[in-house]
Design a protein. Structure first.
Length: 238
């Protein structure tokens, strides 16, 4: 159970007891958002999407994710944002002269066999085949629906949800945020595949959320579009 911390309201000066929220990590372990007990709360005048989330590293699996930033509402009507510590640096110090460890090798895979995209169903099939190639052998379509769904999630696998956007317009910021929330609710990572690319704000938000973006051509071969997609391709299912 999370340990409560004292919170002083900057308006009425009263002291309250606050219990930090706990969320389920993708690894299955409970993750409590840490709150600095001695820091001064920040008066919340207005909210922005970016400031409403904070990076926290899971103590069980060491995975860093974005979680809702703790807030507290005082009975006097004041709402404050509670400070949290920055995520710790997990890279250990090395003795002088010791070489840095080499990055993991890319998993050996056979050549990817693309699917020519002529219809929306082909786009979903191409993304499904690509995820299987990355090692997600249990990838499936929700409800066995062959075409993209209105829910925002077109493919699911253990620990992963994916969206396939076969439209001729760039994937929007709202699409990215909805997909990420689906992953948060399922305690899973998220990835997006798009034929027409992404709006600029959608790409920036995906980078903030560490969400892999892929763009597909009509030949059916997805290409990694950001660093998180490159990492997913490198490590595969993991």
């Amino acid at each position: 159970m999370a340990k409560s911390v004292p919170v002083h309201c900057p308006t009425c000066r009263r002291e309250h007891s606050f219990t930090p929220p706990t969320f389920p990590c993708a690894c299955g372990a409970p993750l409590t958002v840490p709150v600095l007990p001695d820091a001064t709360p920040e008066l919340l005048a207005h909210r922005t999407w970016r400031d409403s989330w904070v990076a926290v590293r899971c103590p069980s699996c060491d995975r860093q994710g974005q979680w809702p930033r703790p807030e507290f509402g005082c009975s006097c009507g004041t709402v404050v944002r509670l400070p949290v510590p920055p995520p710790r640096d997990t890279e250990p110090e090395r003795p002088a002269g010791e070489e840095a460890p080499k990055p993991p090798r890319t998993p050996a895979r056979p050549p990817f066999r693309p699917v020519t995209i002529r219809t929306e169903r082909d786009a979903v099939m191409a993304a499904e085949r690509y995820l299987r190639w990355l090692g997600f052998s249990d990838v499936r379509r929700p409800g066995n629906c062959p075409a993209p769904t209105a829910s925002g999630v077109d493919l699911r696998a253990s620990g992963l949800v994916a969206r396939v956007d076969p439209t001729t317009l760039p994937t929007t910021l709202r699409d990215i945020e909805c997909l990420w929330l689906h992953g948060l609710l399922d305690s899973a990572a998220a990835a997006c595949f798009s034929l027409a690319g992404y709006a600029h704000d959608a790409r920036c938000r995906a980078d903030d959320l560490r969400l892999p973006l892929f763009v597909m051509d009509l030949a059916g071969t997805p290409q990694a579009l950001n660093d998180w997609a490159d990492e997913l391709v490198r490590r595969g299912r993991g």
